[in-house]
Design a protein around this ligand. Structure first.
Ligand code: UDX
Ligand code: UDX
Length: 461
């Protein structure tokens, strides 16, 4: 098999990052054999089935086009390592939950285990590529483990961070703003880097492929996430001011974002950012700063996460206050549980925090979402009998006192809110945590509307 392909590429970790990234590489580079392995056998079975383990617009087509030709999903990690010329590592690096750095530092145990396994199984030199987002200087630890056996083979460790966002992963991979490849600035490091550049050059314009040193590359990924999340926390902080001053955050964001130095993106006020990356990566950087004694920098970065927590809590408190200071026994319908639209992923979704807080206030919840109910059920599995899961929004709202819009699915923009109003208990409330529905129209129907960062529209006098 090996001789038919120019090179064998392996990716360890077939998750939200590894899966789509390798599918696009395989699709664009028929000359390479691309294999994905994962310790989770069920996940691999799903990648080989008609129902892929993750939902991403456009992913099915890309996978189906390449699967079985030059894209393979396997559980045979050891042989796959042996065969590979280039190994991307995309195992998860969650926040540590124990010991030193608990709640902040990255848990690198899977990462280290993977490095040791690569060393154990390798019989030829290899290029190892960090795809996962990692603390800066992780490549050094990886190099030390891989080169710990004196007689062993040569391993070059590179950093090639992934900037894709969920929900637009395939498009982001096909048309990236840039591809970043960091290596040691030695002859061998630069030669290895060129091999990774050659892969992307099959479809990414050369001027968008940035070569860098390895530490800058690792750090750039964290910094990109700091900038993006910092914008969201800033606009969310402004939304709180808007609510007190009768200003409208959408108008403020538009006026500010038209300044080309600032730009219009990532200025949507919301219930807060979620997803597996932003919070984890910022806390990671906070932890590193503290280790280097950069306490002021750590505090500054940490405030982005604190503002995000505040925004989630503020949303719940606004609901409580608007609904006459008690939610006990009231039925609340949650529209959207995914951390953003067009994904079934609920990791760090603000909906988890909000749902738990509403349950603490003894509300009864009906959770609705077109793609994320399977994950939502797991996230709320400890919450007992006060939560129902109903996909159809018209059924879900029946007998509810309020709707909380927590994910910006297009679906919620175009529902028949007249029909929904009829099915609800009056006075009926909508708390639009994403500012996506037509507020004036819903107010005219009879709803009391509470957006984010705009004056409420109420019939309550
Ligand atoms: C993960 C990290 O969360 C992110 O920070 C990083 O940038 C890339 O990797 P994601 O792909 O979203 O992102 O994670 P996940 O969907 O959990 O996928 C990781 C996969 O690695 C899982 O399927 C897991 O089973 C697998 N894994 C984990 C291994 O194959 N071996 C291990 O030792 C540990
Ligand atoms: C992010 C980065 O965008 C990506 O480059 C990186 O590789 C991984 O982390 P992701 O978390 O998948 O991607 O999605 P993103 O679209 O960035 O949204 C993150 C969160 O911010 C979501 O909860 C989203 O709803 C929220 N958000 C985004 C806002 O609240 N307002 C905005 O204006 C934009």
């Amino acid at each position: 098999m090996k001789k038919d392909f120019k090179k064998n590429i392996l990716c360890i970790g077939a998750g939200y990052v590894g899966g789509p990234t390798m599918a696009v590489i395989a699709h664009k580079c028929p000359q390479y054999k691309v294999t994905l392995v994962d310790v989770n056998h069920e996940r691999i079975r799903e990648w080989n089935s008609d129902r892929l383990p993750i939902y991403e617009p456009g992913l099915d087509d890309v996978v189906m086009a390449a699967r079985g030709k030059n894209l393979f999903f396997s559980t045979d990690i050891e042989n796959s390592i042996r065969e590979a010329d280039i190994i991307f590592v995309s195992v998860n690096t969650p926040t540590k939950t124990f010991g030193v750095g608990a709640g902040m530092a990255a848990d690198l145990q899977y990462w280290e285990k993977t490095a040791r396994q690569i060393l154990e199984c390798s019989e030829s030199p290899k290029i190892i590529v960090e795809k996962s987002t990692l603390p800066v200087r992780t490549a050094l630890a990886m190099e030390r483990i891989l080169n710990s056996d004196h007689d062993s083979l040569r391993f070059d460790v590179l950093s090639n961070p992934e900037f894709l966002a969920e929900g637009t992963a395939v498009n982001d991979l096909l048309h990236p703003d840039r591809v970043l490849v960091g290596s040691r600035l030695t002859d061998s490091g630069i030669a290895a880097r060129q091999q990774i550049v050659d892969i992307y050059a099959n479809w990414v314009p050369r001027e968008k492929i940035l070569a860098s040193d390895v530490w800058s590359s690792e750090l750039s990924k964290l910094v990109a996430n700091v900038f993006l999340s910092q914008r969201i926390s800033t606009i969310n902080a402004i939304s709180a001011i808007c609510e007190k001053t009768e200003a409208d955050v959408t108008r403020v964001a538009r006026a500010v974002g038209m300044d080309h130095r600032i730009g219009a993106k990532y200025l949507n006020a919301s219930i807060g950012f979620g997803g597996s990356c932003f919070k984890k990566d910022i806390l990671n950087l906070v932890y590193i700063c503290k280790n280097y004694g950069l306490n002021e920098v750590a505090d500054y970065l940490h405030s982005v996460v604190k503002m995000n927590d505040y925004q989630k809590e503020r949303f719940v408190e606004n609901m409580l206050q608007a609904m006459f200071n008690t939610l006990a026994g009231k039925r609340i319908c949650i529209f959207g549980f995914a951390f953003k639209a067009d994904t079934g992923d609920t990791r760090e979704s603000p909906a988890i925090y909000i749902a738990k807080r509403l349950l603490e206030e003894q509300a009864d919840l009906v959770v609705s979402d077109p793609k994320a109910l399977r994950n939502a059920k797991e996230d709320l599995s400890d919450e007992g009998g006060h939560v129902e899961f109903i996909e159809d929004p018209y059924q879900a709202v029946s007998g509810c006192h309020a709707i909380a819009v927590l994910t910006e699915w297009d679906l919620y923009k175009s529902l028949d809110y007249q029909k929904i109003f009829q099915k609800m208990i009056k006075p009926a409330f909508i708390f639009d945590g994403r500012n996506i529905i037509d507020h004036q129209r819903c107010f005219d129907i009879g709803f009391n509307i509470y957006p984010i960062g705009k004056p409420p529209l109420t019939h309550l006098g």
